[in-house]
Design a protein around this ligand. Structure first.
Ligand SMILES: [Zn+2]
Length: 364
């Protein structure tokens, strides 16, 4: 991976409380020697901010900050959207599962910010298609929907999540186990889908604008739209029994579901690589979303441009190296409440007593 952070001057003081960040004054810093590393990059330029006297280095602005192994991220990105699970990748690259898990989370956070920085901030010009991609966390007793809002260009505008209660046919023993688990850990909020969809649509369609949203006949969607005041939402419903051809109005989400299952090891049927935590699944979904929007052709056969080029958000398809070129800071990008919660690793898996969250670096 090219380490351009090492050659370009630092863009701003990484301390969000620094006076150079809170007031519009000319930022001044000076170089303060180097430090040596036994891994790449071997020599790192150090700096000091002349306003808040914070020390930092060129690594502060690299996606590999604080990492010993700086060349794993790009390979990991490719493998994660190529249908590999962490254990397979760890065997191939000769690093521990734990190292890869932490780097995958870092990639997830980066991708969340990357998309938030590039996505349109006004209401989309094209019709949107909404759907919940059914998967589970921890065990099949804990299903959840990965909610997707996709344009007819196949650009994925946003994602969200809603935990669900296990339903469908169950043997008596399974019913008993569900009751036991629910008495220990509580039941998912019954209106989780309505709440998630409401937040997702509000994030993508700003107040005062209008949008056409196509979906199946899920009962929670009209409830969510009714609560979104100040927006003109035109809702078109299609039965999920209608054949899933390219002419189906829900084609963009049907294709996205297929792609998600095809490219992500955690969503394959009958897999043992399923996500242990919903938070992990959402980081993986963010990586998939960036790949889908900014890297992958809309059609594999035609080898055409990715959806973000069609929308004019980027000039040409991006390489993974380009996506990972600079570190992004959450304090520099406007984030909606759910995105911030996901970035901070605060999506809880009900089944676990302890849920880790992301420990932000000083610079965030
Ligand atoms: Zn400063």
């Amino acid at each position: 991976m090219p380490n351009s952070a090492a050659t370009r001057p630092p863009p701003f003081c990484p301390n969000p409380q620094c006076v150079s960040r809170t007031r519009s004054i000319l930022w001044r810093y000076k170089k303060k020697g180097f430090f040596d590393r036994s891994y790449r990059p071997y020599r790192v330029q150090r700096y000091v901010c002349l306003h808040c006297h914070r020390n930092f280095s060129s690594q502060t602005f690299s996606t590999t900050y604080w990492l010993r192994y700086t060349d794993l991220l790009e390979t990991l990105f490719h493998r994660l959207v190529g249908g590999s699970c962490l254990r397979q990748i760890s065997r191939e690259l000769g690093v521990t599962h734990r190292t890869l898990q932490l780097q995958a989370e870092r990639l997830g956070r980066h991708c969340l910010l990357f998309h938030e920085q590039l996505r349109p901030r006004t209401a989309p010009d094209e019709p949107l298609v909404l759907d919940g991609f059914r998967t589970f966390e921890h065990s099949q007793y804990w299903p959840f929907d990965l909610n997707l809002l996709i344009g007819t260009s196949h650009f994925v505008y946003g994602i969200g999540e809603a935990e669900l209660r296990r339903s469908g046919t169950m043997r008596p023993a399974q019913r008993q186990k569900r009751a036991l688990l629910e008495s220990r850990h509580g039941r998912p909020y019954p209106q989780a889908t309505r709440r998630s969809v409401e937040e997702l649509v509000a994030r993508i369609v700003p107040e005062g604008s209008s949008a056409t949203i196509r979906s199946d006949e899920h009962q929670a969607y009209p409830l969510a739209f009714r609560r979104l005041r100040g927006r003109r939402l035109h809702h078109e419903q299609t039965s999920s029994r209608k054949s899933r051809t390219t002419r189906n109005p829900l084609f963009p989400v049907n294709l996205a579901d297929l792609l998600l299952r095809h490219s992500s090891a955690n969503h394959k049927r009958e897999t043992i690589a399923f996500s242990k935590r919903r938070q992990g699944a959402m980081y993986r979904a963010a990586i998939w979303l960036v790949w889908r929007n900014y890297v992958k052709s809309r059609s594999e056969n035609k080898r055409n441009s990715p959806p973000a080029v069609v929308l004019g958000l980027i000039r040409k398809k991006l390489s993974i190296a380009k996506i990972l070129e600079h570190r992004l800071f959450p304090s520099q990008i406007k984030l909606g409440s759910w995105v911030k919660r996901c970035y901070d690793g605060r999506i809880r898996t009900r089944r676990l007593d302890k849920n880790r969250s992301h420990q932000p670096a000083f610079a965030e």
